[in-house]
Every structure is written in C-alpha cells, then in structure tokens.
Design a protein around this ligand. Structure first.
Ligand SMILES: Nc1ncnc2c1ncn2[C@@H]1O[C@H](COP(=O)(O)OP(=O)(O)OP(=O)(O)O)[C@@H](O)[C@H]1O
Ligand SMILES: [Mg+2]
Length: 360
C-alpha cells in the first residue's frame, strides 16, 4: 500500500502535450478511476506512475518519497493492461509465476504465492491449462493474478475489461472491486466507460485533453459536475446542455422564452448567455407547467424503449433534448408537450469557461 502524489505533471511527446499540469493525490488503499475519452492521456498517466515514462516536468511521490526517476522494477507496481496477452506456450501456473521466476524467487515461495492468488481469484482448478483453454473472463483473472503475485504496493489497470462482453464485464468488475477492498492495494483504474467508473470508483478523476477536469466521488461527479464536459460525458444518456440567452428577467432557448425563476436570478445576473443543464431523469413531459419548475414547449421527436424506462427525444426547434421516463407513460412522435425541470435540478454553467456557476 502506498499513497500517490502527482505534482504538476506535464508529459510531452514532441509537439503533442499528452498531459498538462496534472495534480492528483491518491490515498493509501484508495480505488481511483481515471475516466476520459480516447486520446485524453489516461495510458500516459499510467505509464508515468509505473515508471515506463518520465514526466517532461513535475514530480511523482509514493508515500512522500520522490520516485520520479526510479525505474519500473524499483517501484513495486503491478500492471494489468488493455492487451493483457498471456504467454501462450506457458501453462496458467507458469504465467502467474512468471514475475517471481524473473526475480529468481525460490520454488517454495513461488508455489505458495501462486496458489494463494489463484485461490483468491478462484482459478486454482485452471493452473494446469494453457491460456487457449480458458474463457475470456478466466484469462482476465489469470492476468490479474499475475499482477498480484508480486505483492505490489500499487495496482494499475488500463481498460482491463475491454476485451470482455458486456455481461462478463459487470461480473468481473464487481469481483475486482471486492478484491481491491480486501487487499487494500492502492489502485488506479483506467476506463472510458462512465458507467463502469461510477460503479467501482472510490473517486473518479475526469480527464480531457491531458487536463484533469474534476476529481470527486461518483455522486459528486454525477450530481455536481463542475464543468460541462463532465455533465456531458457522465450518465446514460448524459446531461442535457442548452445554450440560453438572458435579458435580465427572461431566458430564451432558440426562440422559446420563459421567465427566469426568482431563485436563479441572483446566480445568473449580469450574464447575457449561460448554459443550462439537467439530467435526463430529471425532466418530465406534461400538458402543463408544474410549480417550482421551468417549462418549455417541445415536440416529441423519437421514442426508444429501454425496457423499464424509455428515452424520449424531444425538440426545441433545432435543439434535441433527451428525457428518461418510465415505460408506462405513453408518447407519440409529433406530440406537443411541456418539458418541465424542477429549479433545484437545474445545473448552471458559464457560457465562456464552461465551468459550473456555483457550488450547490
Ligand atoms: N509515444 C507517443 N508518442 C507520441 N504521442 C503519443 C505517444 N503516446 C501517446 N501519445 C499521444 O498522447 C495523447 C494521449 O495518449 P494516451 O495513450 O495517453 O491516451 P488514452 O487516454 O489512453 O487514449 P485511449 O482511450 O485511446 O487508450 C494522444 O494524443 C496520443 O496520440
Ligand atoms: Mg489508453
């Protein structure tokens, strides 16, 4: 176990800035998920923690000790990466034992540790098989066992489940979270899957274009996004973000105008444009405007069933908005309704900086 501090980390590859002034503190035993789109710098950050890359500037500390210039083998970090190829000519036992064989550990230690981790990951019965005789989920567990056998103080996972089908992912991620909590090994887990991030993280660090945008618990990230990028990336579907003009009393979206609620006036005063956001499950579609809500006339554009719920896409002229409603409610394409959102459920962002207007 170890705490990790990333201090003002910048990593450049020639003209490409992969990471730009990243500051992050990870506590002992914490499970941090790095969430961001393709090319945002996630793998680069993992390689820096592992010691495979050196930062262009900035420092990395493990338990307060500067490790910035330590090579990988002196960092005691376990890796489970995107392409977690096992050695095809080696049996599962030897695959798991490999890091210890490299270190020239004695036979008894190897026997004991391999059985220990295999038992933990419930693959003891598979030790005598070759990788091609395993299912994807089993292979994945072997890869995790191989990372654990060194007893690392830090575990790094880079999209470890991306080769598994959707159902298996959900199963393995639960086991992974459980295992991490039992072993209390500080872990950094990379994904671009926001649902996976919400499900397993102690805290999520959202990254875009090499910059950390927000770090917070899944609840904070979901309910209190500090930036439109976070609101528009997290959630299925993600939050709706609407550009609105403000004339001092009224808000206008496209050509639809409504009175700005008194509660909002103070927060948006002095601005001519803002971004209004809300989660799809916070919108209702009614034939009237409810109390303590803002309401705007919309037309139903498309309805998609998701089983228990349905995604109703409605249009405010050219602007499309997604609302999540229980399947019992019936909607027809072309139907005109009022989209209502409780004032307390509105998120407000600065039009120019895209940052949230205030802490709620
Ligand atoms: N060795 C390298 N040389 C040059 N550019 C690189 C190198 N490695 C990464 N980059 C660039 O740095 C940026 C971040 O890459 P990185 O691999 O960290 O992204 P990522 O978030 O892991 O993306 P993905 O989700 O696709 O794996 C990208 O623009 C990438 O093209
Ligand atoms: Mg990557």
């Amino acid at each position: 176990m170890a705490s990790i501090v990333l201090e003002n980390i910048t990593k450049k590859f020639g003209k490409v800035t992969a990471l730009d002034g990243v500051n992050l503190q990870i506590d002992d035993g914490e499970f941090i998920v790095l969430l961001g789109p393709s090319g945002s710098g996630k793998t680069t950050l993992m390689y820096l923690i592992a010691g495979i890359y050196r930062p262009t500037s900035g420092r990395i500390l493990f338990d307060g000790r500067d490790v910035t210039n330590l090579p990988p083998k002196e960092r005691n970090v376990g890796l489970v990466f995107q392409n977690w190829a096992l050695y095809p000519h080696m049996k599962v036992f030897d695959n798991i034992a490999f890091p210890l064989t490299l270190k020239k550990a004695d036979k008894n230690t190897i026997q004991q540790r391999v059985h220990e981790v295999a038992n933990m990951l419930r693959i003891e019965a598979l030790l005598d098989r070759y990788p091609w005789q395993l299912s994807g989920g089993q292979q994945q567990r072997v890869a995790i066992a191989r990372a654990l056998v060194k007893q690392p103080q830090i575990l790094l996972f880079d999209e470890p489940l991306s080769n598994l089908d959707a159902l298996l992912r959900i199963g393995v991620r639960t086991e992974l979270k459980r295992l991490q909590k039992d072993l209390k090994i500080t872990s950094v887990y990379v994904t671009h899957d926001q649902a996976e991030a919400l499900a397993i993280a102690d805290r999520i660090a959202v990254i875009n274009n090499g910059k950390l945008i927000q770090v917070g618990t899944p609840n904070e990230i979901y309910y209190n996004p500090r930036h439109t990028f976070v609101a528009g990336f997290v959630g299925n579907p993600p939050a709706n973000l609407l550009n609105a003009e403000f004339d001092g009393t009224r808000l206008t979206i496209e050509t639809k105008t409504f009175q700005a609620p008194a509660e909002l006036l103070q927060r948006i005063s002095g601005r001519r444009r803002i971004v209004l956001g809300f989660r799809p499950e916070k919108g209702s579609l009614l034939d009237h405007i409810t109390e303590n809500a803002v309401g705007i006339e919309v037309q139903v554009y498309e309805v998609e069933s998701m089983g228990r719920e349905q995604i109703v896409t409605v249009s405010i002229e050219q602007t499309m908005v997604k609302v999540l409603r229980p399947s019992e409610e019936k909607f027809q394409v072309g139907q005109r309704l009022f989209l209502c959102v409780d004032i307390k459920d509105l998120m407000l962002f600065d039009f120019d900086t895209n940052e949230a207007l205030d802490v709620r």
